[in-house]
Design a protein around this ligand. Structure first.
Ligand code: NAP
Length: 444
């Protein structure tokens, strides 16, 4: 990979890239099928990604006609890598086996190791014979919507495709590696005012928040809407706050510490609830919720902004869903994409139907939505929320921090990039936006 790194750093021509041989193997972060029982009978928070994520040499897969090899400069940790690394709710090898049965090309993915990672920035090293819009040397970021565009069901909203998958979670050859294998329809231009690690951390969470709040496929927020955002300095929340502010809405951010509250203020979010200070106990015990605690949250929101939320941005799941449904305004929308604290959800349906509220589901983003979200990063309208950077060797530690909620925003991982701070081409735009604004999460 050394020759490719030199070519990337010198911005070599497409012909130069083509003259460098693709290596037979490369270094990647994997989980192993032989490890899937290693945490059996342990509590979730005792399952340690540092034990299950391994850095190893892997064989380079064959390139399909509609694919590209990417030299990955940087990647980022997403919660899906935490799920894979603790084998919850299911080991991801089942996904790879199913993909393996689909076609000759799908069969490459069914291995006894899974290369994880659903974000990346880097450079195109080679393209397959059917790729038209990209060439070796192109500087790119990768979105993780993995769809077969020869499947008719992918041609309205590709998130509705019957075989839609998340790259690096439900497919192999993900981004936490020196090289990655992606479909050409996952490629987007790298925002050139950002470093490799700043560019790598956005696509998954930024696109998800865009669909949830901005897209007509999500809650389609409008000016003046009050939006309650759980985990407002987390991966999804850090972008959600920015979308609400950009769209003329009023974010009410929930976080769990004084420092995170300060970070939210720095992001421009005036209304903040510290759930740690408030000590909400939405559940009296494992099976019983406490409506008086939902009411206390509702009152706290009203005392801050004077109204109930038009939209609740939901992802914690079981712990908060009852409260979210209760707190939403009459006619309001709870938009949900996840269930970190448990997926068997319970809420009081009377509060939903009598007040004509809706629960709407959302999952990642189609290519158009991901492209629009990336365009906003590229124009400096949405900032990266990178808070820390780890070397590839320390991916387990980075995933551990996300698993235990020790982080803010996104944690980046350097893959081929030899150090932080590289990859900026558009210094004018960077100066215009301001270093402080771009690095708000880095400086907390
Ligand atoms: P993250 O960076 O860990 O942030 C989530 C934040 O939620 C935490 O920092 C925490 O913030 C808050 N939180 C966690 N548990 C909570 C609880 N029980 N009650 C209230 N707040 C809680 O993770 P993320 O990247 O934002 O992802 C969040 C979830 O969405 C994960 O389950 C992930 O797998 C999922 N996800 C789904 C999609 C999709 O396409 N469907 C895309 C991205 C992520 P505080 O401690 O500050 O309150």
């Amino acid at each position: 990979m050394k020759d490719f790194l030199a070519a990337i750093e010198s911005q070599a021509t497409p012909q130069d890239f083509e003259s460098i041989e693709i290596p037979d193997s490369y270094r990647a972060i994997v989980v192993r099928e032989s490890d899937v029982a290693m945490f059996d009978s342990m509590a979730s928070n005792a399952k340690d990604p540092r034990k299950s994520l391994h850095l190893q040499e892997v064989a380079t897969p064959e390139l399909a006609p509609d694919e590209a090899y990417i030299g990955v400069m940087a990647s980022a940790i997403n919660f899906n890598t935490v799920w894979t690394s603790i084998f919850e709710p299911l080991p991801t090898f089942g996904f790879l086996k199913r993909l393996g049965k689909e076609s000759k090309w799908g069969a490459r993915h069914d291995l006894d190791y899974h290369i994880v990672g659903s974000d990346a920035s880097g450079v195109v090293l080679r393209v397959g014979s059917a790729v038209r819009n990209w060439k070796p040397g192109d500087r790119v970021v990768i979105h993780c919507n993995y769809v077969d565009d020869q499947d008719p069901s992918s041609h309205d909203d590709s998130m509705l495709a019957t075989n839609q998958r998340i790259w690096g979670f439900e497919s192999n050859f993900g981004g936490l590696a020196e090289m990655a294998l992606v479909k050409a329809n996952q490629l987007m231009p790298k925002p050139e005012h950002l470093t490799w690690e700043e560019a790598a951390c956005n696509a998954l969470c930024n696109s998800t928040s865009y669909r949830m709040l901005v897209s007509h496929n999500g809650a389609a927020m409008k000016q003046g809407d009050i939006v309650l955002i759980w985990g407002a300095t987390g991966g999804l929340g850090g972008y959600a706050v920015q979308y609400v502010l950009n769209g003329g809405g009023i974010p009410v951010g929930v976080v769990s510490s004084h420092d995170k509250a300060k970070l939210l203020n720095a992001l421009g979010c005036e209304y903040v609830i510290d759930r740690n200070e408030a000590q909400y106990k939405f559940w009296k015990d494992e099976n019983t919720q406490d409506e008086s605690e939902w009411r206390r949250l509702g009152k706290d929101i009203r005392s801050l902004v004077g109204e109930d939320p038009d939209i609740v941005f939901e992802h914690p799941g079981r712990q908060t869903m009852g409260a979210s449904v209760f707190a939403a305004k009459r006619g309001g929308t709870v938009i949900t994409c996840a269930a970190t604290s448990g997926y068997m959800i319970e809420y009081d349906n009377r509060h939903l139907w009598m007040k004509l509220k809706s629960i709407k589901s959302s999952h990642f983003a189609n290519y158009k939505e991901a492209w629009e979200a990336n365009r906003l990063i590229g124009r400096g309208a949405i900032q990266p929320i990178l808070s820390a950077v780890f070397p590839l060797e320390k991916t387990g530690e980075a995933a551990y921090q996300v698993h235990h909620n020790l982080h803010e925003g996104k944690i980046g991982v350097l893959c081929l990039a030899p150090r932080e701070g590289l990859g900026i081409l558009d210094t004018n735009l960077r100066n215009k936006i301001g270093e402080d604004k771009i690095t708000t999460f880095r400086r907390q």
